[in-house]
Design a protein around this ligand. Structure first.
Ligand SMILES: Nc1ncnc2c1ncn2[C@@H]1O[C@H](COP(=O)(O)OP(=O)(O)O)[C@@H](O)[C@H]1O
Ligand SMILES: [Mg+2]
Length: 404
C-alpha cells in the first residue's frame, strides 16, 4: 500500500500542508527542528491513532492555534492506495469543553479507533529502537501490542477488554485486602481475564514464532552469518506448563528449540490461565494486585543462547533490534497480504555501511518508504536518484530535483 495524498491542518509546526506522494522511496532532508519527525509522527498517528512521541493528543495541535482559537483543532488526513480499493482516513483532535477528543473518519464515516487501527499499515524505525532490547519488559509488550493491533483487529479488541477487566480486578483485590470479604467475587473477573488474556497469549506466542524465523535469517545477513539470533516469548504463565528457562545463564541448543513451539489451542490456554490464577489467589489478595497474565509477559532476544537484554554489547543489541524490526515488515506482509508503509526517522546516521545496505534493501522492496535525514550524504547517489526528494523547512515541504 502507499499514501498518495497527505494533508495536515494546525498540526504541530504544520499550519497547512497538502502534498501528493509517489509510491517508492520518499526522502525528506532538513536541519534539526524543522518538522521531519512531526511528519512521520502524523503518518504513524493515522495508522495507529497513537503518537510515538506525544504524551497527550493536545500536543499535536499547533500551539499558536491552541492559544488563539476558541475551538482549536488539528486535522490529519491521508488518501491510501490499497487493495481492494483506495480509502481515506481523517483524524481530527478537537478541544471541547476543556477536554480533547478524537474524531475519526474512514471515507467520511465516523469510526472508533479500534475500527481503523491498521487500515493504513506502517512500520516505524527510530534511532531509539535499541530500547526494544535494552528497555523494560513494558517496552517489549507495547511493541508486541502495537504490531499485533495493526495486524489483527480482534487482538486489539481483546487487549482493550483485557485492560479494562484488569483494572476492575485489581480494584477488587485491593478492596479484599483492605476490608476482607468473600474472595469468590473474583471468579467472574477471573473468567473474563482468562477469556481475553488467552487471546493475547496465543497471538503473541504465534507472532513471536514467526518473527523468530525471519529475524533469525535477517540477523544472519546483518551480522555476516556470525551470530544466531533467537526470539523467545516469555509468558508470565507458560501455557504448556513447563518450567521456565533461566535467562541469566546461556541457553543450550535443545533448550532454545524446546521453547520455540506453537501455542496450545485457545481453550486450553484459558483453562491453564484460570488454574494459575487460582493458585496465585492468596498472594494476589495479600498484595492487592494481579500477578499472572499477559500484562506481565516478556520477550527475550538470544544471541547464541545469551540474553541480549542482560549481556549484549551495544552493537549486538542494536543489530538484534534492527533484525526484529526488519522481520516485523515480513510478518505484517505475510499475515495481511499488504506491504506496510515504512517510516524511517533519521536511522541511517546511527548505522554502519553494512547495516545501511540491509535497510535500503527492505526500503526498495516496500510499496512506499518515507525516510528522513539531516544530510543527503547519508544516502548513496543511486538511491537519491530513484527517490522523491523534499527539503523540509519550518513546516513546509519543497520538492527538489535530484542532486549529485
Ligand atoms: N504543538 C506544536 N505547535 C507548534 N510547533 C510545534 C508543536 N510541537 C512541536 N513543534 C515544533 O516542531 C519542532 C520539532 O520538529 P521535529 O519534527 O521534531 O523536527 P526534526 O526536523 O528535527 O525532526 C519543535 O522544535 C517545535 O518547534
Ligand atoms: Mg527529528
Amino acid at each position: 500500500m502507499h499514501i498518495s495524498h497527505l494533508s495536515l491542518t494546525n498540526y504541530r509546526n504544520y499550519s497547512r500542508l497538502t502534498i501528493d506522494l509517489p509510491p517508492g522511496p520518499v526522502l525528506l532532508r532538513g536541519d534539526n527542528a524543522n518538522g521531519k519527525t512531526n511528519l512521520l509522527e502524523a503518518i504513524y498517528f493515522l495508522s495507529t491513532t497513537r503518537s510515538v512521541h506525544a504524551r497527550t493528543d493536545q500536543q499535536l495541535i499547533n500551539w499558536l492555534i491552541l492559544r488563539q482559537e476558541p475551538l482549536p483543532f488539528a486535522r490529519l488526513e491521508a488518501t491510501v492506495q490499497a487493495r481492494p480499493e483506495p480509502f481515506k482516513i481523517a483524524i481530527t483532535v478537537i478541544r471541547e469543553n476543556g477536554n480533547f477528543r478524537k474524531d475519526i473518519r474512514l471515507n467520511g464515516a465516523k469510526k472508533r479507533a479500534m475500527d481503523i487501527i491498521g487500515k493504513l499499515k506502517t512500520v516505524m524505525f527510530l534511532p531509539e529502537d535499541i530500547e526494544l532490547v535494552t528497555g523494560s519488559p513494558g517496552v517489549r509488550r507495547r511493541y508486541l501490542d502495537s504490531t499485533l493491533c495493526q495486524i489483527n483487529p480482534d487482538y486489539c479488541a481483546a487487549l482493550s477488554h483485557y485492560n479494562k477487566v484488569l483494572t476492575q480486578r485489581n480494584a477488587l483485590l485491593k478492596e479484599l485486602f483492605k476490608r476482607g470479604g468473600k474472595s469468590d467475587q473474583l471468579i467472574y473477573w477471573d473468567e473474563q481475564l482468562a477469556q481475553y488474556g488467552a487471546v493475547l497469549v496465543v497471538q503473541r506466542h504465534n507472532a513471536v514464532l514467526e518473527l523468530d524465523a525471519v529475524a533469525r535469517q535477517r540477523h544472519r545477513e546483518v551480522s555476516g552469518g556470525l551470530e544466531g539470533l533467537r526470539l523467545h516469548y516469555a509468558p508470565s504463565f507458560d501455557p504448556h506448563q513447563r518450567p521456565q528457562p533461566n535467562y541469566q545463564l546461556p541457553l543450550l541448543g535443545d533448550e532454545l528449540a524446546r521453547y520455540s513451539t506453537a501455542a496450545p489451542p485457545l481453550k486450553e490456554v484459558r483453562r491453564t490461565f484460570l488454574a494459575y490464577l487460582e493458585k496465585a489467589r492468596p498472594e494476589e489478595i495479600n498484595r492487592g494486585v494481579t500477578l499472572v497474565g499477559p500484562h506481565r509477559d516478556d520477550l527475550h532476544f538470544l544471541v547464541d543462547g545469551i540474553d541480549m537484554t542482560l549481556y549484549g554489547s551495544r552493537g549486538q543489541q542494536r543489530t538484534a533490534a534492527l533484525s526484529t524490526k526488519l522481520a516485523e515488515v515480513s510478518l505484517m506482509q505475510q499475515s495481511t497480504g499488504e506491504t506496510p508503509v515504512l517510516l524511517l526517522d533519521d536511522v541511517m546516521s546511527e548505522l554502519d555501511a553494512d547495516r545501511r545496505r540491509h535497510i535500503i534493501d527492505i526500503v526498495d522492496q516496500a510499496g512506499q518508504a518515507v525516510l528522513t535525514t539531516t544530510d543527503w550524504e547519508d544516502f548513496a547517489p543511486d538511491f537519491r536518484a530513484r527517490a522523491q526528494l523534499f527539503e523540509v523547512s519550518t513546516g513546509r515541504l519543497q520538492q527538489i530535483q535530484h542532486q549529485d
